[in-house]
Write a protein that binds this ligand. Sequence first.
Ligand code: KG4
Ligand code: ZN
Length: 340
Amino acid sequence: MKFKPLILGIESSCDDTSAAVIQGREILSNVTANQDIHQQYGGVVPELASRAHQQNIVPVVDAALKKAKIFPNQLHAIAFTSGPGLMGSLLVGTSFAKSMALGLNVPLIEVNHMQAHILAHFIEKTGMENPPFPFLCLTVSGGHTQIVKVNNYFDYELMGQTLDDAAGEAFDKAAKIMDLPYPGGPLIDRYAQEGDPSIFEFAKPEMEGYDYSFSGLKTSILYFLQKKVAGDKDFIKNNLRDLCASIQSTIIHILMEKLEKAARDLQINHIAIAGGVSANSLLRSELRTRERSLGWKTYIPDFEFCTDNGAMIAISGYYHYVDHNFSNLAVKAEARKFIV
Ligand code: KG4
Ligand code: ZN
C-alpha cells in the first residue's frame, strides 16, 4: 500500500485556533476553538485574538491528536499557516509549530492560508468531489475575496480580487450597522431565509474586469438606514428580515456576476467556492442553479472545511510533503502574503 504520511495542520491566522491530523488525504480529526470574546466588539480585536490563541493552542492540538488516536511521535510533519493574517495570531501558531517540529525532529511545512482554502477541495471524503484542473475558485472570507484560476495544486492565476472590503467583511459590517453581533454573516443568512430580497435596493459597484468593491455598498446601507431610523427608531427591528434578505442578495449578486464573467471568458465550467462566506445558503443555491442554466459543475466543500480550519492546512501540508517542500526553522510569519 502507498505510504500515507501523518501530518498535523495548525491554523491560527485570525480568530479560530484549529488543529487537524491527516493521513494521506484523509482527515482523522479537525478540532477548532472559536473565540467568543470578539462578539462584544463587533469585530476581531487582534491583541485579544493573539492571547486567546496562546490559551487555546495546547488543548486544541492535544484534542486533535487524541481524536485521531495518534501519539505525537507518530507524526511525519507539522504544517502551519504562515500568512496572510493577523501578525500576533500567526506568531502563536508559527512558534508552536516550530517548537513541535524541532522537538519531534520532523519536517516543518509553511502553508499559505489562501492556498489552503482552495486545497481544502482535495480532502478525501465520501460525498466531497475533488475538482479537475483547471478550475475557477471563488475564495470568499472575512479577509479576502478572490477569483483564482487553479491550474495545479500550487499553480494559480489571480484573475480578480476586492479592491477594498472583503465579501465577509461586507456581511459583518452590514450586520454591525443593524446592531447584530459579530460575525454577522451567518445571522444575516439566517434572517434572510424569512425575508423578501426585492424590498430594498442597495448600490452595486461598476468595476472593471474581475475585480470587486464592497465599500460603496456598506456606505449605501449606512446612509439608507440612518435616514430611515431618524424617522422611525424601530425601522431596523421591524424590517430586519427583509433588510437581511436584500443585503444578502446584493452581495451574492455582485459575487456571482464577476464569477460568471470569468467562467465565460476563460471557458471554464468547473467552479469551486472556498472560505467562510461559502457557507452562505444563497451563494450555494445560486451556484447550484448554474449547473442547470450554464452547464457548470460546482464544488462546495463541507461546512467544517469552509471556515478557517486545521484540515485545510493539513491537506496543503500533504501536497508540500509529497513535493518535499519543507521549511527551515528560520521561516517567518507574514501578515501580508499573496496567493501567487
Ligand atoms: O474563512 P473565514 O472563517 O475567516 C477568514 O479567513 O476571514 O471567514 C469568516 C467570514 C466572516 O466574515 C463571516 O461573517 C463569514 O465568513 N460567514 C458568512 C457565513 N458564514 C460565515 N457569511 C455569509 N453567510 C454565512 N452563512
Ligand atoms: Zn480564511
